[in-house]
Design a protein around this ligand. Structure first.
Ligand code: SF4
Length: 408
């Protein structure tokens, strides 16, 4: 992949984006009252989506990664535009959209084979048997019309025990065969411990973890991130909007959004900026299922205005006020207290997809994958001990019932 910054003109960005509403995505940032005004040079020659080094790999990646959990076959034009604007880090998974995500990327590379080398391509497979992982990798390569994956993740790791010597050998074999360049894992459960444990290994190249304005200032997360950076592991943040699990159409959200709109940001752009302000994070991965979201995120990435101390304080206050609306994925605390083995962390995440992202269909599809017997146990499980231990005082029992009502 070309590790030099990708340059486009602001004029061509706005012109290309006009029909899809870039005016509303970019103009507020340009017109930000407290922002430094763009110089004439900047107005005609901006750097589209800056890049950062990815761990010790020697590769530079754009700070914005295109999350591929959407209908990619029907959004081929968007992929082309993403490349034009420097969003050349694409993230997908063997399971996304039942395989259509990878197939859509494959369709794109079939049409534009010379674009493959521009892309830092990530896919993932559940960390099952090595035979199954090899099978999934072969399928992913075939679906995406490529002979290699730039970064391959074991998907959804909950503890670093999964990264055992067998996994190490498997990853080394795939690298030796040229099927993958880098190896690591993604995690949205017990992220801090996973990161700390991975930092003690010398063969993990990259990690994608839940990381946002709610979690990034906690001491354990700061320590874990530093340990990985010191170990040369490239970090990609995901779930950066810090969406809540509890249904909250409250005045707090409106107040926060109103504050940033007045300043020229959307609250969503401000949350992205908060993550980018930590240079230890190489990139953040965002689901961008529409051109307008892609543009809004690019506008936030190319805008050089920093959040002010006041902005950060508002985000902090909002995080405190909604502390008990957000499941932090610390399943090692609650899961073991529930005899029925209910996947609390997963269900909380599906609720977040439905309630915070508004992606009810995807949440239902994921919820449907929980075995029937386990879903039945959800109604009669005893959550009292889990609720007592939950540091965020989430009403776990009520939320499990709500998931059954809303997502089944
Ligand atoms: S329910 Fe509470 S303890 Fe369990 S993962 Fe979520 S925040 Fe952590």
């Amino acid at each position: 992949m070309n590790d030099k910054p990708h340059r486009i003109s602001r004029r061509s960005f706005i012109k290309s984006a006009g029909a899809a509403g870039i005016g509303s995505a970019l103009a507020p940032l340009v017109g930000h009252k407290q922002a430094r005004a763009a110089t004439p040079a900047e107005a005609t020659d901006i750097t589209a989506v800056p890049t950062r080094p990815f761990g010790r790999s020697g590769i530079h990646v754009p700070i914005l990664s295109l999350g591929g959990m959407f209908d990619i076959p029907s959004n081929q034009t968007m992929l082309k535009q993403a490349i034009r604007w420097g969003v050349t880090y694409w993230d997908t998974a063997h399971t996304y959209s039942g395989g259509h995500s990878e197939e859509g990327i494959g369709q794109y590379f079939k049409n534009y084979p010379d674009h493959r080398e521009k892309i830092f391509l990530v896919t993932k497979s559940k960390p099952g048997s090595h035979r199954q992982m090899s099978k999934n990798l072969t399928t992913s390569l075939k679906r995406m019309n490529t002979d290699h994956i730039d970064l391959f993740f074991a998907h959804g790791v909950r503890d670093a025990d999964t990264m055992d010597s067998g996994m190490r050998e498997w990853a080394a074999e795939q690298k030796a065969e040229g099927k993958i360049r880098l190896f690591g894992f993604s995690t949205h459960s017990n992220m801090e411990q996973c990161l700390l444990d991975a930092a003690r290994l010398d063969w993990i190249d990259g990690i994608m973890m839940t990381y946002n304005f709610r979690l990034m200032h906690e001491e354990k997360m700061k320590t874990a991130v530093k340990a990985c950076v010191d170990a040369g592991i490239g970090l990609t943040a995901m779930k950066t909007q810090g969406g809540g699990t509890v249904d909250t159409k409250t005045s707090r959200e409106l107040k926060l959004a109103g504050r940033f709109v007045k300043k020229g940001f959307t609250d969503k752009q401000a949350k992205l900026k908060a993550v980018w302000e930590n240079p230890q994070i190489s990139a953040l991965c965002s689901q961008m299922p529409t051109m307008s979201i892609l543009m809004a995120n690019i506008a936030a990435a190319v805008d050089r205005t920093m959040l002010t101390d006041n902005d950060r304080q508002h985000l902090d206050r909002y995080a405190r006020e909604t502390f008990s609306h957000y499941c932090a994925g610390c399943t090692q605390i609650c899961q073991s207290t529930i005899a029925e083995n209910v996947p609390v962390g997963d269900v909380m995440r599906y609720l977040m997809y439905a309630r915070s992202y508004g992606d009810v269909n995807d949440a239902r599809r994921r919820f449907a994958a929980i075995p029937d017997a386990l879903r039945k146990k959800m109604t009669r499980a005893n959550y009292a001990a889990a609720e007592a231990r939950c540091p965020r005082q989430l009403p776990i029992a009520r939320l499990m019932i709500e998931a059954l009502e809303d997502l089944a």
